[in-house]
Design a protein around this ligand. Structure first.
Ligand code: CUA
Length: 320
């Protein structure tokens, strides 16, 4: 079992307190299935030869029942199912019971991005920052449709539902960067609804909490030109889920050739897509709606720093 789980990478890396427990249940059930699959297949082949009809006069024996056999094949599977249930339930109970000292992070899922709000008031988009070995509890809601929060390395998955809070908790046990997937089909941008989880050492996390600056966190480093930063933000902040850069029509207008263009608005007027219009559209998307598009874009007010808005505009300018 150890060989299968670690050396062959049949399951993702182990990076939370639940990973080994969940893998334990998974392998337990898998091995029971393998044993019965092999046993039944061997018996099937063996019996098909042993009880083969050999002459035209062979008669099928008349069997009415076998109490001992029936008791055995009832009791063994029932006992196994009870063991699977109890084992699974013990792990499930742990996963549903956050410890009292867990840090609470509020999660909002919307088409098509993740917003995280931390106890100190900080917010991030598509980037979740957590401290190594410190339990965190996600209190989650959706703004529009069903989404689902899934981090394979942590073995946690929970639907995020409009109109109610759902929650999950975990303790990250390994410093590193992990992928967070939306794992409930939620519309055309579903496959782009990705985020990163940064598990940081306590020192790095404190620096990040105080400064809120990624340079200090040791996560993202090198200084970038506004255009390059904008290109990164386009992918990391979820712009790419709705706005193409190749002219293709999406949920929102394409970024290609957008800067300097006269955009027709829903009220029949037009607006010049200059710096101020782009900035307004990022911060207050419904202020001037481009004709033919639904008012679905979430506001990025408070979620992007001024320099980040600058960078995205600089990036849009490069898309001629
Ligand atoms: Cu959100 Cu799929």
């Amino acid at each position: 079992m150890e060989v299968l789980t670690t050396e062959m990478n049949w399951v993702p890396e182990v990076a939370s307190n639940f990973a080994n427990q969940v893998d334990g249940v998974l392998w337990f059930i898998t091995w029971i299935s393998i044993v019965f699959f092999v046993l039944i297949t061997i018996l099937l082949v063996y019996f098909s030869f042993k009880y083969k009809r050999r002459t035209d006069n062979d008669e099928t024996p008349h069997i009415t029942g076998n109490e001992t056999l029936e008791i055995i094949w009832t009791i063994i599977p029932s006992a196994l199912l009870m063991v699977i249930f109890v084992y699974g339930f013990v792990v499930y109970k742990d996963m549903r019971t956050p410890p009292g000292d867990a840090v609470e992070v509020s999660v909002t899922a919307k088409q098509w991005l993740w917003v995280f709000k931390y106890p100190n008031g900080q917010s991030t988009i598509n980037e979740l920052y957590v401290e190594h070995n410190r339990p965190v509890k996600m209190v989650m809601r959706a703004d529009d449709v069903l989404h689902s929060f899934y981090v394979p390395e942590f073995r946690v998955k929970q639907d995020v539902v409009p109109g109610m809070y759902t929650q999950l908790w975990f303790k990250p046990t390994k410093v590193g960067t992990y992928d967070l997937f939306c794992t409930e089909y939620c519309g055309s941008g579903h496959s782009e609804m990705l985020a990163k989880v940064y598990v940081m050492s306590p020192e790095a996390f404190t620096r990040w909490e105080r400064g809120g600056d990624e340079e200090d966190s040791g996560v993202a480093a090198v200084a970038k030109s506004p255009e390059d930063l904008g290109a990164d933000l386009y992918k990391n902040k979820g712009c790419n889920a709705c706005h193409s850069i190749d002219g293709a029509t999406g949920v929102g207008p394409t970024f290609k050739g957008l800067f300097g263009k006269n955009e027709p608005l829903q009220d029949g007027s037009t607006v010049l897509a200059d710096e101020n219009y782009l900035r307004e559209s990022i911060l207050i998307p419904q202020a001037k709606m481009v004709a033919g598009y639904a008012p679905v874009m979430p506001s990025f007010k408070g979620l992007l720093k001024d320099e980040e808005v600058d960078a995205i505009i600089a990036y849009i300018k490069t898309l001629k």
